[in-house]
Design a protein around this ligand. Structure first.
Ligand code: PMP
Length: 347
């Protein structure tokens, strides 16, 4: 008789019954990325966060923030949450709020993909689109959401500086990765919006390595152009240059979630490099992912080349490609920006 396989995660996820939708957040598969692995002689795995109920890694942050607000007694039955978001956190918050009987107000820059905007409307978010402004401008979506919370007595999720975000990843995502990899992880690469995913997983992998008495994995920030964090990691300089069509990542300040995160190195990935990875993942491996996943996998490939063959590297597939059909898979949009087009769309 064959022995049944040990459960692959610490979270019930799809391996068991769930009493409700929030119970089905997490427990995502870790998928070997064949082309990236073959090209480098390493094993590169992507954590399929696009398989969460709301379609992104941000379901975890949304659930962790709501659980924490309930525990602290600031979110009461029938209460209202408000958040500034590039979209995915808004989707996660709205769905968890629907499941638990809260109302949700979402403030979002109008430049985000029309697919995310449409989806937020579809699921019943009270959506307030605002012009895209830098963080130092009082009209920036984060400040608008904070003011709405103050003026109306709503609960502000505050995903950038509320460390319930990273603690959620530390307790779940990181432990799932460690268990799925059998405690053998040489490096982890991840982009940063709030920093919750990168810092939480970095801290959680360090916790797990300490517990097992082994060396902690190398933690590598994956940064798009137009973000200040690459310079911050490399030489403590947050100045920004260039731009990127990726959404939800890139940062020009050290958020509360990023503070004291154990980050060892950084890779800055230009959009054409990320797009080539995205097209290869879809066309050759059947994995439909969004822009930040392309940045993450490109950084994993660079890290694999730097470390040399035989290493085991993990990264995050943060959301799915369908969320960006009008951008990453739109030949007209891409050609205007002089960016590569997926071969099967380039007729
Ligand atoms: N990828 C995508 C697609 C996202 O929406 C976000 C969050 N805005 C991130 C990555 C970054 O995650 P975090 O906020 O945890 O840094």
């Amino acid at each position: 008789m064959t022995k049944s396989a040990a459960p692959s995660t610490t979270h019930p996820g799809w391996t068991s019954l769930s009493p409700d939708m929030p119970g089905a957040v997490g427990g995502t598969p870790l998928i070997l990325l064949r082309k990236a692995s073959e090209a480098t002689g390493c094993q590169i795995y992507g954590k399929a966060e696009f398989m969460n109920p709301g379609g992104s890694v941000k379901d975890r942050a949304a659930l962790a923030i709501i659980d924490d607000a309930e525990r602290r007694g600031v979110l009461k039955p029938g209460g209202t949450l408000v958040e500034g978001t590039a979209g995915n956190t808004g989707i996660g918050l709205t769905l968890v709020a629907n499941a638990r009987g809260y109302k949700c107000v979402i403030v979002m820059p109008e430049t985000q993909s029309r697919e995310k905007i449409g989806f937020l409307r579809m699921i019943g978010a009270d959506l307030r689109l605002v012009p895209a402004k830098p963080y130092r401008d009082p009209g920036n979506y984060v400040h608008v959401s904070r003011r709405l919370a103050e003026e109306n007595g709503w609960v502000w999720a505050n995903q950038f500086d509320n460390t319930a975000n990273r603690e959620g990843h530390r307790a779940t995502t990181a432990q799932e990765i460690w268990q799925q990899m059998g405690g053998k992880v040489d490096a982890f690469t991840c982009a940063c919006g709030t920093g919750g995913t990168l810092a939480g997983i970095a801290l959680g992998l360090h916790d797990a390595a300490r517990r097992d008495g082994v060396k902690a994995p190398q933690i590598v920030l994956a940064d798009p152009e137009g973000s200040g964090l690459y310079g911050w990691v490399k030489n403590n300089d947050l100045s920004v240059a260039g731009s990127s069509i990726t959404e939800g990542i890139g940062q020009s300040r050290v958020t509360g979630n990023l503070e004291d995160a154990p980050i060892d190195d950084a890779e800055r990935i230009p959009d054409p490099e990320a797009l080539d990875v995205i097209y290869s993942l879809l066309g050759e491996e059947g994995l439909s992912v969004g822009g930040s996943s392309g940045i993450n996998v490109a950084a994993a490939i660079r890290t694999a080349r730097r470390l040399g063959p035989g290493h085991r590297i993990v990264t995050i597939l943060a959301d799915g490609g369908a969320r960006y059909e009008s951008k990453l898979f739109n030949p007209t949009f891409l050609r205007e920006k002089n960016l590569p087009v997926a071969p099967w769309l380039d007729q």
